[in-house]
Write a protein that binds this ligand. Structure first.
Ligand code: NAD
Length: 379
């Protein structure tokens, strides 16, 4: 039996006006999950479901509060009619996943009546979303066969879309820092050649960029070497961030910009797809002070959420735009990351503030306008 508990989080250090935070437990299926809805001003709160062996409920709560807030900022700046939310399931994804557990989780999502929409994240995959879909329509990132023919046009693995959005974002960065958006002959350090990093490397190599990359996984390295051989330079993971280059492109894990790495970082731009690149919020200012142009990660990597959002709209037969929801219109939407970054850089320049701060201010003006939606509807 599914038990729901409203969590009181007003005094939690990560509390940021979250609209709803619910804990779900089902002793039969062993589900222990938290769903956090941060903000629904722009639309339903979309954000992935992380399956992770948290030490306890408090650790899971801290993570879900932080991650759900991040999704509000990401969707707002991506120009999506979506809010921010996230969910976490406490457990080991290698041993604790069962169909019953995901069905139970699907019921939990359904109880929120569409205010939260889930998708894949660390520890969950397309087939888990398919199971959730058997209990609720408020899920995206399904395997293509589960979708309607309309949704087929805008579904599939979001990683190549994230890579494309990052590539578009890099163009804005080059223009801002060097005065032109030429890739050819410029040096890019890619950290992580997984799903996003390897697709991004392809874009850069095709444009004639000099790509130096690393990955701690031999399979990832072998795959890219097979494809590009002498067109890509592979270096040691410990060595990459010490090299002099034009752009550092983080596409692996978070926290890579920290006190230690900043001391030796020798690039003009930091722009990549990895989530939570800054170890501390203060590293935004630290990059600004060092005159390294930082493209805020959640702006650059929003191609994935745009792809998942389009899939959700298609399947729900909702079209918030004045054009058809197709793969082409979705890619054109993702390409607007370039213009969004132009705006972020312009505000940063105008106010002499760090770029992360500028991005946050723009996002907050979108999802926290001075007049609430309730007041606007009433007037
Ligand atoms: P992935 O797991 O496919 O690839 C990550 C790669 O980084 C792996 O090959 C791994 O071996 C490598 N790696 C890990 N630690 C490393 C280290 N210390 N040094 C060098 N390489 C290291 O993941 P992905 O889907 O390509 O995502 C990459 C990043 O982008 C992640 O931070 C992810 O959260 C973020 N992101 C991805 C998407 C998406 O659509 N996939 C969307 C938004 C954000």
């Amino acid at each position: 039996m599914l038990r729901t508990e409203q969590l009181s989080i007003q005094n939690h250090p990560e509390y940021d006006g979250h609209e709803q935070v619910l804990y779900f437990e089902d002793t039969q299926t062993k589900l222990r999950a938290i769903i956090a809805v941060h903000n629904t001003f722009c639309g339903p709160a979309l954000g992935g479901c992380r399956f992770y062996p948290y030490k306890n409920r408090d650790e899971a709560l801290t993570d879900v509060l932080r991650l759900s807030k991040g999704m509000t900022y990401k969707s707002a700046l991506a120009g999506l009619p979506l809010g921010g939310g996230k969910s976490v399931i406490i457990g080991n994804p290698l041993t604790d996943k069962t169909e019953d557990l995901f069905r139970s989780f699907g019921k939990a999502i359904q109880s929120l009546k569409g205010s939260y929409v889930t998708a894949e994240d660390v520890g969950t995959a397309e087939h888990d979303m398919d199971t959730i879909f058997s209990e609720t329509p408020h899920v995206a990132g399904l395997t293509p066969r589960q979708n309607s023919s309309n949704a087929d046009q805008v579904t599939g693995n979001p990683s190549p879309i994230t890579a494309y959005g990052t590539f578009c974002g890099l163009r804005a960065c080059l223009r801002q820092r060097f005065g032109d958006d030429r890739f050819a002959g410029r040096h890019f350090l890619i950290q992580g050649l997984g799903a996003v990093g390897s697709a991004l490397a392809s874009y850069l190599i095709q444009e004639g960029a000099i790509v130096i990359a690393c990955d701690k996984n031999k399979n990832s390295l072998d795959a890219i070497k097979k494809q590009y051989d002498e067109k890509i330079n592979i270096v040691d993971t410990d060595h990459l961030m010490k090299l002099k280059a034009d752009v550092f492109v983080p596409c692996a894990m978070g926290g890579v910009i920290n006190d230690e790495t900043l001391a030796t970082l020798n690039v003009s731009v930091v722009a990549g797809a990895a989530n939570n690149q800054l170890a501390e919020p203060s590293h935004d200012q630290a990059l600004f002070d060092k005159k390294i142009l930082y493209a805020p990660d959640y702006v650059v990597n929003s191609g994935g959420v745009t792809s998942v959002g389009y899939e959700y709209f298609s399947r729900q037969n909702i079209n918030p735009y004045s054009y058809p929801l197709t793969k082409a219109s979705m890619m054109a939407h993702v390409a607007r990351i370039e213009q969004t970054l132009d705006q972020v850089f312009a505000l940063s320049h105008k106010k002499n503030i760090a770029t992360g701060q500028a991005a946050n201010q723009i996002a907050e003006s979108i999802f926290r306008p001075s007049v609430s939606r309730h007041q606007r509807t009433a007037s």
